[in-house]
Design a protein around this ligand. Structure first.
Ligand SMILES: C[S@@+](CC[C@H](N)C(=O)[O-])C[C@H]1O[C@@H](n2cnc3c(N)ncnc32)[C@H](O)[C@@H]1O
Length: 355
């Protein structure tokens, strides 16, 4: 659900180590960790919301020019840009401010992936995190994220846009990990949301037809994107809870990307059995998720996020292997992505000779 793409930050993009944002820990001034983390997040969310990095990707500007273009106050932009210079996202060049190369690369439409929707989503998630103590007390959320999304379209739009950005970042890793049979014709994308992965695989395999199954709130923009890609005759939508819906059968490949952590253990065990039944012999299931056995700060933070947002969990490789093998799949092949915070891909095959 989250990827910040920033742990090994080469902030100035020089490829020579760059200037990293300063660590916030301080033994002598104990509040620095909480305070600076809060202000860094607030400044980045604000930069995303007002389109600061996108605007500066067109070239450096004075504060006066920026104020006019963004319709913001000069005094406000001076404070915001001063701070973002101090943590390495912007650069001061005389009377101009400019993006650090890192900011253009990851937070503008000129870059490799535009994670601006991730900044905007972080603003939404910040509001949700105010109920962390409540979630710790009750052992789960007061209301699941999916429920909140049915009530507030802005939340589901921000989330889907962020997932879309991350999917673009993940796409090459996924395409490298998947070796489809030449005659593959049917793909099921469980929790497929924006449709980026189904579209990429259909582009690669001209005979492939895809079904994207997801909650209706996650499919708001999907049909339009499919139409813009000219794939309306090849990709269809199946709105609804994947635990209740009839997926159809005879698939060559099933994607289960960043969905297992939204499900309970019992739901996952049942879902993998249903996948085995829905696949042709020789078909594959591809999982993307964060392995609980990794133990990085990111994984611990993500587990805490799930406590507030869904009440579910991340799971270990052994748990996935157990579910998959119990369902009849071969042992999954594991690929840990770089950086590790990008997650892990598991590919498991339904054996050819299984009945
Ligand atoms: C983290 S997003 C991943 C989206 C996409 N698969 C990707 O990799 O970018 C999780 C998706 O699972 C969907 N989802 C969660 N629980 C679901 C359920 N019970 N039935 C159908 N979809 C579900 C959410 O709506 C969301 O689109």
């Amino acid at each position: 659900m989250s990827d910040f793409g920033h742990r090994s930050a080469d902030v100035d993009g020089t490829g020579e180590g760059g200037r990293r944002p300063a660590a916030a820990h301080s033994a002598t001034l104990p509040m620095l960790d909480a305070y600076l983390s809060m202000m860094r997040a607030a400044a980045l969310v604000s930069a995303g919301e007002i389109g600061l990095f996108e605007t500066l990707s067109g070239g450096r500007q004075t504060i006066g020019e920026l104020a006019q273009q963004l319709d913001m106050s000069e005094v406000g932009l001076t404070s915001l840009t001063d701070y973002l210079v101090s943590v390495g996202y912007l650069q001061r060049q005389g009377s101009f401010v400019a993006n650090a190369p890192f900011a253009t690369r990851w937070f503008s439409s000129l870059g490799e992936v535009d994670y601006t929707p991730g900044l905007v989503w972080t603003g939404e998630a910040w509001g949700l995190m105010r109920s962390l103590s409540d979630a710790v007390g009750r052992g789960g959320p007061h209301a699941a994220l999916w429920q909140i999304m049915t009530e507030r379209a802005g939340v589901s739009g921000a989330f889907s846009s962020y997932m879309h950005a991350f999917a673009e970042h993940l796409s090459d890793d996924l395409l490298k990990a998947i070796h489809l049979p030449a005659n593959a014709s049917r793909l099921l994308d469980l929790g497929g949301s924006h449709g980026i992965h189904s579209i990429a695989l259909c582009e690669r395999c001209p005979d492939l037809q895809a079904v994207i199954a997801d909650l209706a709130s996650a499919l708001t923009f999907t049909q339009d994107l499919i139409a813009r890609k000219g794939m309306s005759d090849r990709i269809s939508l199946l709105p609804g809870d994947l635990n209740d819906s009839d997926w159809g059968a005879d698939y060559d490949i099933i994607l289960y990307l960043s969905v297992a952590h939204n499900q309970t253990k019992t739901e996952n065990a049942r879902t993998f059995k249903r996948m085995w039944n829905a696949l042709r012999p020789g078909g594959v299931v591809v999982v993307h998720d964060y392995m609980a056995d990794d133990g990085l700060e990111f994984h611990k933070a993500f587990q805490l996020t799930l406590l507030v947002e869904t009440g579910t969990s991340i799971y270990s490789y052994d748990e996935y292997a157990g579910w998959l093998c119990a369902a009849g799949f071969e042992r999954p092949v594991r690929t840990d992505l770089d950086p590790r915070e990008k997650g892990t891909l598991l590919v498991a095959r339904r054996p050819l000779d299984a009945s």
